[in-house]
Design a protein around this ligand. Structure first.
Ligand code: COA
Length: 152
């Protein structure tokens, strides 16, 4: 079911068995990472889809998208620090967008910390633009968030 992008890099939809690995990467990526139970509950919701990237069977990144009505939301995306700047974030974003198009979603939106320049650069590369600012929406540390969106 997964897609081979080279001999060793593979992207596929996640299952409950992958949750401990998703959780571990989350803790390396986010100060307010979701707990395993939260991820597990979310993964089983019908509107939610998780993708993971494996390199030689080691999970090195994941993303979570919600597909609701005609709107896709990128809820989380994280790549293990040792594997960044190798195109994995891009692969995860592209896969979620492809799935959104398949599901006939009209727009993609997400929220990102105003200081998170690497993620914003990734999103801009795929045509997402800042459309609004949410004050103090993040905690640990408290910070504003941009809403970014694009048409699909
Ligand atoms: C954001 C994140 C997912 C990017 O993953 P990645 O695998 O390193 O990204 P990629 O290698 O696919 O990079 C794709 C593009 O993103 C941008 N980018 C990624 N990291 C960047 C950085 N440190 N500085 C500037 N641009 C960056 C670039 O435009 C890059 O394209 P390029 O290589 O042609 O310049 C990763 O940094 C991460 O996990 N961060 C912590 C979690 C996080 O902040 N998630 C987003 C929450 S909203």
């Amino acid at each position: 079911m997964g897609k081979e992008t080279s001999n060793t890099v593979r992207i596929r939809k996640a299952t409950v068995k992958d949750v401990p690995y998703i959780y571990q990467i989350g803790t390396l990526c986010f100060s307010d990472a979701w707990l395993e139970n939260t991820i597990c509950d979310d993964l089983e919701k019908p509107h939610s889809e998780y993708f993971i990237v494996e390199i030689q069977n080691i999970i090195v990144g994941y993303s979570c998208f919600w597909y609701i009505l005609d709107e896709a939301q990128l809820v989380n995306i994280g790549v293990h620090p040792d594997y960044r700047r190798k195109g994995i974030g891009e692969l995860l974003l592209k896969e979620g967008i492809a799935e959104a198009i398949k599901k006939k979603m009209k727009t993609l939106f997400l929220e990102v910390r105003v200081t998170n320049l690497p993620a914003q650069a990734l999103y801009r590369k795929y045509g997402l633009k800042v459309v609004s600012l949410r004050k103090n929406v993040y905690s640990s540390p408290m910070e504003d968030g941009y809403i970014m969106t694009c048409k699909l």
